[in-house]
Design a binder for this molecule. Structure first.
Ligand SMILES: C[S@@+](CC[C@H](N)C(=O)[O-])C[C@H]1O[C@@H](n2cnc3c(N)ncnc32)[C@H](O)[C@@H]1O
Length: 200
């Protein structure tokens, strides 16, 4: 069998420190985090390594597991678990987490999958549970930068079901799922980190 090359994302290297700075506060009272769409696994290694009070559960579609496993193997962290297969549109979700993290997934998943993801996060998090969602978003129909407008056009050329989502639509989904916005953090490179909490 051909060995899988260890994947690498320069964007993850660039954004991991600013994201960590927010997660230190947002996840201060959390114990078990489910990461949706772990991608390369770089974020998981960085956040689990720097937030030792947390158990970090990676997940993604099966085609990304071999790459994530390489990052986990090299890091050898006791609070970081091998990826579970999770397609957010499917019923079978891991159980027993009190926080969720996802980065750069909402513009990749088709909108119906985003709807299901947020509904399922809301129904599975306990009261007080935290959801942190990183990526580019639109506000009142406007991009936060010309580069995000170009990025959105590029995404839709690849697949018309992809695209940068409206913050207001996400907030409506979150509200229906029992999630309230704690803070919308402006991040470097025209991204945001949305910090939600499950209402009691
Ligand atoms: C642009 S990558 C982001 C990866 C990583 N979180 C990052 O920030 O670099 C989008 C990720 O979403 C995952 N994804 C796409 N559709 C999904 C779905 N329906 N359920 C779960 N994950 C999905 C992809 O497999 C991929 O890992």
């Amino acid at each position: 069998m051909t060995p899988v090359e260890k994947p690498f994302s320069q964007a993850c290297e660039n954004n991991k420190e600013p994201i960590l700075a927010i997660l230190k506060t947002a996840f201060a009272g959390s114990t078990r985090v489910l990461e949706i769409g772990s991608g390369t696994g770089q974020h998981a290694v960085h956040f689990a390594g720097n937030l030792p009070h947390l158990h970090w559960q990676t997940s993604d579609l099966p085609e990304n597991h071999a790459g994530i496993e390489q990052w986990l193997l090299d890091a050898s962290l006791s609070n970081l678990s091998a990826p579970v297969a999770l397609d957010v549109s499917q019923q079978a979700w891991p159980v027993g987490f009190d926080a969720v993290f996802t980065a750069n997934t909402t513009h990749i998943m088709p909108w119906p999958a985003v709807v299901e993801m947020i509904a399922r996060i809301g129904s599975r998090l306990p009261a007080g549970g935290v959801f942190c969602q990183y990526g580019p978003f639109k506000y009142n129909g406007d991009y936060t930068s010309p580069s995000n407008a170009s990025f959105d056009r590029w995404l839709k050329e690849i697949d018309p079901a992809r695209g940068i989502r409206d913050f207001e639509a996400l907030r409506e989904l979150a509200d229906h799922a029992g999630l309230s916005l704690v803070e919308d953090h402006a991040m470097p490179a025209n991204n945001q980190l949305l910090h939600w909490v499950k209402r009691g």
